[in-house]
Design a protein around this ligand. Structure first.
Ligand code: GZL
Ligand code: ZN
Length: 319
């Protein structure tokens, strides 16, 4: 028989004591992303009282939009989105709001009216870019820099922010030249491809700094430079600046292969859970939660902007 509204209302309460959370994740492009995904799956577990609908959107914006629409149709309690790109979110965020489903924008940012979502959390990508630039200025002193940049995924707030932040410092040094920048899509293959093309164009000795906007791109860039016989690292001709400070990235930093590595902490699910607990309790939540991070430099380098790597720093890392 037709359920009366009360019965219908009662049913979810009875068997749905789990809080249903949808997570539209960027993809599986990097080690950072894998750590972020695991953290959400560990946090939003059944034993913690959640039913997580996790979708890997494989770096495809259209898939991510449809994934969120699916969460709305399923009438989930909460929707988390790590936006692949910043643009193109107003319509589906309005649909979620009209459906009365709170939306948490996590890790990366959207270029949309903040009234269209409940809260945002993540790292300050512009500050990360500036940290890299400030360290480079301290490291180089008045030496000139010929810089190549392997950018992250096109249109991602991590790419836009790190680029903006680094350029803020670049513009203060008239003996720094950004020779070229190209997207490596936050992958190792992308980093290698872009570095190979840069080497063809600018040649050995043509550049002395390579900025990789995540560790996986840096691994690809190192492979390309190895193949071309170009030396890098604290004892090399080229200084590599990377982002993410993943375990392997910090191992390379400890080994002096990556000279500076700017962290963006992927263990952010706890912040999302705190927001959901407050919403469940009917409490107000902050519009923005900053996930703190720091920069690391190779042993032997002292810096006011970064922690000098050591084995104990590496051993003390949570990811
Ligand atoms: C940063 C995150 C970026 C990482 C990359 O918060 O969005 O996406 O830097 C990942 O490794 O692909
Ligand atoms: Zn894929």
């Amino acid at each position: 028989e037709d359920e009366t509204p009360e019965q219908e209302e009662a049913a979810p309460a009875a068997d749905g004591e789990l809080i249903t959370v949808g997570f539209a994740q960027v993809g599986h492009e990097s080690d950072w992303r894998a750590a972020n995904t695991k953290n959400y799956q560990d946090t939003f577990s059944a034993e913690n009282g959640y039913e997580l609908s996790f979708v890997d959107c494989d770096n495809d914006h259209a898939v991510q939009i449809e994934t969120v629409r699916g969460f709305i149709e399923q009438e989930l309690d909460y929707i988390c989105i790590a936006p692949i790109q910043s643009a193109g979110w107003d319509t589906v965020l309005q649909e979620a709001q009209d459906a009365g489903i709170p939306v948490l924008i996590v890790d990366r940012a959207v270029d949309a009216d903040p009234s269209l979502y409940t809260t945002a959390l993540g790292c300050d990508m512009i500050a990360e870019g500036e940290a890299a630039g400030n360290w480079l200025a301290e490291y180089l002193g008045d030496k000139e820099a010929n810089i190549l940049v392997i950018e992250g995924s096109v249109g991602a707030s991590a790419t836009l922010g790190r680029t903006e932040g680094f350029d803020n410092i670049l513009s203060q040094h008239d003996n720094w030249t950004k020779l070229d920048s190209q997207s490596g899509d936050f992958t190792q293959a992308g980093g290698q491809e872009v570095m190979e093309s840069f080497i063809k164009t600018y040649g050995q000795g043509g550049f002395n700094v390579v900025v990789c906007q995540n560790d996986n791109e840096a691994y690809g860039a190192m492979d390309a430079m190895d193949a071309a016989g170009i030396t890098y690292g604290v004892d090399g001709d080229v200084q590599i600046i990377s982002f993410d400070a993943t375990h392997d990235g910090l191992q390379y930093t400890l080994d002096g292969k990556i000279t500076c590595n700017v962290e963006c902490n992927p263990l952010q699910a706890g912040f999302a859970e705190e927001v959901i607990k407050k919403l469940e309790a009917g409490e107000a939540v902050d519009a923005w939660t900053l996930v703190k991070d720091e920069a690391f430099v190779a042993p032997g380098i002292e810096s006011q902007y970064a922690v000098t790597m050591s084995q104990e720093v590496l051993d003390g890392r949570a990811y």
